[in-house]
Design a protein around this ligand. Sequence first.
Ligand SMILES: NC(=O)C1=CN([C@@H]2O[C@H](COP(=O)(O)OP(=O)(O)OC[C@H]3O[C@@H](n4cnc5c(N)ncnc54)[C@H](OP(=O)(O)O)[C@@H]3O)[C@@H](O)[C@H]2O)C=CC1
Ligand SMILES: Nc1nc(=O)c2c([nH]1)NC[C@@H]1CN(c3ccc(C(=O)N[C@@H](CCC(=O)O)C(=O)O)cc3)C=[N+]21
Length: 283
Amino acid sequence: MILDGKAVSEKRLELLKEKIEESGLYPRLATVIVGEDPGSKLYVRMKHRACERVGIGSVGIELPEDASTERVLEAVTRLNNDPDINGILVQLPLPSRIDTTRIIDAVAPEKDVDGFHPYNLGRLLAGTPVFAPCTPQGIMTIFGEYGIPTEGRRAVVVGRSIDVGRPMAVLLLNADATVTVCHSKTRNLEAEMRNADILVSAVGRAKFVGPEMVKEGATVIDVGINYDEQGKLCGDVDFEAVRGHAGAITPVPGGVGPMTIATLMENTFRAANLRTCFNNTVR
Ligand SMILES: NC(=O)C1=CN([C@@H]2O[C@H](COP(=O)(O)OP(=O)(O)OC[C@H]3O[C@@H](n4cnc5c(N)ncnc54)[C@H](OP(=O)(O)O)[C@@H]3O)[C@@H](O)[C@H]2O)C=CC1
Ligand SMILES: Nc1nc(=O)c2c([nH]1)NC[C@@H]1CN(c3ccc(C(=O)N[C@@H](CCC(=O)O)C(=O)O)cc3)C=[N+]21
């Protein structure tokens, strides 16, 4: 079975649009982008388009490639203090000169719709999440929509980044899976992966996952966004080789990516609700 993330995201966005209409709220998302990377610009444009579609206002802050950490901090602080802004997204990666940790730490936790702030990561770890990172949260939504159980299942996550691998592992653990996290120092990676009922690959290498690494009938989630030799967009998984014996599999494009954006919209609406319910604080 192909897990159609695109279709699930469309459905969730339609539902969200109705909810936002009913709420009478006008949530607003601010994006911050530093430099001219075409990929980052494309993603930010996609986020703005999704906002427009569901009735979320959006503002885009564009800073030059040579902006200092202080300059980015200043922009974030201004957005923190702006009562009309509910959600703040600083597009990653930032230029290497910039102290990314300081920037992420500066985002007000109640506006951190990416879920990257240590406060929100801590809430997730504590099992009382407010904003979970969009990509792994979106994957949990796919499981929910397709009725894929996690309880008691062996889940293997390959990758341990703050934005994908780690929070994915915690979300699966919170959903009662038995979780293994693999990374570049893992020994016997293939054997670990073959154990998985649910295999999540967030590595960033084309054709990283072949059929020999996948147990018959496993659910395979492909987070990777890569380009093959022909310059064509592809995931981490050798899709054609693996799809035959995977029980369920996400394609790239049309799998996890669209869910990331749909979840960002859901988080932004949640931020707007938090503002009205808790006087703009989650603490
Ligand atoms: N679809 C979507 O919405 C999104 C897609 N992405 C994509 O997902 C992929 C991963 O992103 P991200 O987590 O940010 O990337 P990072 O580069 O931050 O993390 C990659 C992880 O893979 C591990 N890794 C690298 N090589 C190997 C190897 N040979 N064997 C085992 N593990 C390995 C690394 O291990 P170590 O920690 O030891 O270095 C690291 O933990 C990228 O392709 C990215 O573009 C990212 C975000 C959203
Ligand atoms: N602060 C921050 N938050 C992020 O969530 C974030 C980020 N920085 N930096 C980059 C990564 C990557 N990311 C994607 C979002 C959507 C698709 C997506 O929709 N992809 C389409 C294809 C799009 C295309 O044609 O290129 C798909 O897979 O079907 C992919 C990747 C969010 N990220």
